[in-house]
Design a protein around this ligand. Structure first.
Ligand SMILES: N[C@@H](CCC(=O)N[C@@H](CS)C(=O)NCC(=O)O)C(=O)O
Length: 219
């Protein structure tokens, strides 16, 4: 059985939702493996053997680890085409991978600058600066996603939820930690609420015990 190493609310939510969709559409189950990031479990020798970056997610298939969200999504889609996780038509697929890569390599690291400014500056003033610059940029990125999902009916790719919906939800939820109220992005918020109601997404939310309530929690 495949195993997914994940942490509640982390970016591992993206393959977590993908695996719930695979389960719902093909019956192939997976074993969720909780990693407590706040306890440093991602830095143990056992975990570093699975991912030398010390990060979730890791998908283990037949005892072999696969790292990086984009690669995990690509693998799940190719292995389970019946789940219809990514578009098949080459141009639509390339655009989908472009959007996924951008969320992963641009929006996501921008949030890391807000959440962990100590990784990027040594002084308090420097950290405040890093945080402020990254926060402004992060908001612009969320607005770009809001523009993309304007036509989502009801999900990013149409009738079925997929990785992109899970990533978009995660990024909006993280925005709350950055002091960005989802209510200030009303179309995005309404879309995220639709995504949360989709049964495979709801199953992953329940396992992770998360909701779109980080803004209130941080206030
Ligand atoms: N590019 C990586 C990003 C993974 C990542 O940033 N994971 C974060 C959680 S969202 C993590 O595990 N952080 C723990 C740490 O760095 O100590 C991927 O796509 O898998």
């Amino acid at each position: 059985m495949m195993q997914l190493y994940f942490a509640p609310g982390a970016c591992s939510f993206v393959p977590h939702v993908g695996l719930e969709i695979v389960k719902a559409t093909t019956g192939t189950d997976f074993e969720p493996k909780l990693v407590k990031l706040h306890k440093g479990e991602q830095k143990t020798p056992e975990f570093l053997a699975l991912n030398p970056n010390g990060q979730v997610p890791v998908l283990v298939v037949d005892g072999q680890p696969l790292n990086q969200i984009v690669a995990i999504c690509e693998y799940l889609d190719r292995r389970f085409p019946q789940a219809q996780l990514l578009p098949v038509e080459p141009w639509a697929r390339a655009q989908a991978m472009s959007q996924l890569a951008w969320m992963n390599n641009t929006v996501h690291p921008t949030f890391t600058h807000i959440f962990r400014p100590e990784n990027f500056a040594d002084t308090e003033a420097g950290r405040a600066d890093v945080r402020a610059v990254a926060k402004a940029r992060y908001r612009e990125y969320l607005e770009r996603i809001q523009g993309w999902i304007a036509g989502a009916s009801p999900y990013w790719f149409g009738a079925r939820p997929s990785f992109h919906d899970a990533y978009a939800f995660t990024l909006l939820r993280w925005g709350g930690f950055a002091g960005i109220d989802p209510a200030t992005l009303p179309a995005y918020k309404a879309y995220a609420e639709r995504v949360m109601a989709a049964p495979p997404v709801a199953a992953a939310l329940e396992r992770e015990r998360i909701r779109l309530d980080t803004f209130k929690a941080a206030a």
